[in-house]
Write a protein that binds this ligand. Structure first.
Ligand code: HEC
Length: 134
């Protein structure tokens, strides 16, 4: 009986510790992402991710962000031609970011989780896998 209680307690504490460290990771990724955003994206997508009507699509509240693969590809290869964001058409060009896998993961995780956005976390591994395929 004592053993079982001990066992359950240790599983519990390990999982609690694990979930804390996961949240720390997420917070750290968002923080790094915000610095990367400030030096690489802000000029076009603006400080609050609002973009510029008809020229630079918004990131704040963007429905385009739902597709992880598409936004990772946009960072790796750039993006040009007509796209629709929140029902509005844009036909412009964004150059490839030139960032490494970790930086792309951080900046996209930041964009997905700021200005009220609540999107997925993007990991370095996901970016690496997609870079290999291209
Ligand atoms: C030189 C201006 C410029 C810079 C710098 C830039 N973008 Fe873009 N971005 C654009 C344009 C223009 C489009 C739309 C391209 C099109 O019309 O096909 C776009 C599209 C996007 C999209 C998909 C559409 C949307 O609004 O959700 C995402 C996501 C995105 N950019 C993220 C970023 C991130 C993150 C950075 C920084 C690493 C960045 N961009 C840097 C100009 C820029």
């Amino acid at each position: 009986m004592k053993k079982t209680v001990f066992f359950i307690l240790s599983i519990l504490s390990v999982s609690i510790l694990f979930s804390f460290s996961f949240q720390d990771d997420l917070a750290a990724s968002i923080k790094k992402g915000s610095n990367i955003y400030a030096s690489n994206c802000i000029a076009c997508h603006m400080e609050s991710g609002e973009g510029m009507a008809g020229v630079f699509p918004p990131l704040k509240g963007s429905d385009y962000l739902k597709d992880k693969k598409k936004i990772i590809a946009a960072m790796l290869n750039g993006l040009q031609g007509e796209i629709t964001v929140n029902g509005k058409k844009y036909n412009n060009a964004m150059p490839a970011s030139g960032l490494n896998n970790k930086e792309i993961a951080d900046v996209l995780t930041y964009v997905n989780n700021t200005w009220g956005n609540k999107g997925a976390r993007i990991t370095e591994q996901e970016v690496a896998a997609q870079r290999k395929k291209k």
